[in-house]
Design a protein around this ligand. Structure first.
Ligand SMILES: [Fe+2]
Length: 254
């Protein structure tokens, strides 16, 4: 019988042909093996003006309760994430050369984007990418801890799981206004903790995102109001460690 990790790996391998960047959310690939939500179709045919689509949540709206309430999840996914996708499609609708590129390619090479739509691509492309990764980093039940090489890297680069969790929580608390706290793989192959504003992705700064915490108020305000620290503490109960560990392995081998 296949373990969950084996199953994730098998799905990853079968979908590699369609997904060009292996550090994309592993379970996103499981949800849509053809990568359709992240890799736009050729710029011909009926979807030429809407190459990007909203991927479904990999769980029910209420699956993360009591840590994240169903109403927050519904609005976060169906309204906020959907708006990023819609606005990204609007940004590229008159740019067929951009519409044929993948999302990760677009946001990794912002300097190649025409200035008139660069901010729109940055904000909405980043928003689409970050939220897709976020949904595919969470799961309803405690399912272990960092595994394999990922566990070793956390020990070597960040002092162990406890220090890592403290550092990421502090980065999430320290983020002023709207932004994300990230665990990223830098160009030297080391794990780092950082906070980035708005919808910036580590990809925009030459790093690969491994795990992120969304600290925009839309992520928690309905249930937690101003208690961001409680929301951050709750996130640690619903991290999908096998998926995050696999994302690290993929990032190292990409
Ligand atoms: Fe968000």
């Amino acid at each position: 019988m296949l373990s969950r990790r084996d199953a994730l790996r098998a799905i990853t391998l079968t979908s590699l042909a369609a997904v060009t960047t292996r550090w994309l959310p592993s379970s996103a690939r499981a949800q849509t093996p053809d990568g359709s939500q992240l890799v736009p179709p050729p710029p011909t045919g009926p979807s030429v003006n809407a190459p990007f689509s909203l991927p479904p949540l990999p769980f029910a709206f209420d699956a993360l309760e009591p840590h994240i309430d169903a109403r927050t999840m519904e609005i976060h996914h169906d309204k906020h994430h959907a708006a990023y996708v819609n606005n990204l499609n609007k940004a590229v609708e008159n740019h067929p050369d951009l519409a044929r590129r993948t999302l990760q390619d677009l946001i990794s090479n912002l300097d190649e984007i025409p200035e008139a739509i660069r901010t729109a691509i940055r904000n909405n492309g980043g928003g689409h990418f970050n939220h897709t990764l976020f949904w595919n980093s969470l799961q309803p039940q405690n399912n272990g801890q960092p595994e394999g090489d990922f566990d070793k890297a956390i020990r070597a680069d960040l002092g162990g799981i406890k220090d890592f969790m403290n550092a990421l929580s502090q980065a999430a608390m320290a983020a002023f206004g709207s932004g994300w706290a990230w665990l990223s793989l830098n160009a030297d192959g080391k794990l780092i903790v950082e906070s980035l504003p708005n919808q910036d992705s580590p990809l925009m700064h030459g790093r690969k995102p491994i795990f992120g915490i969304d600290v925009w108020e839309h992520a928690y305000y309905l249930h937690y109001q101003n208690r961001r620290a409680d929301y951050i503490a709750a996130i640690w109960n619903i991290v999908d460690w096998p998926a995050v560990s696999l994302r690290y392995s993929d990032a190292r081998s990409a």
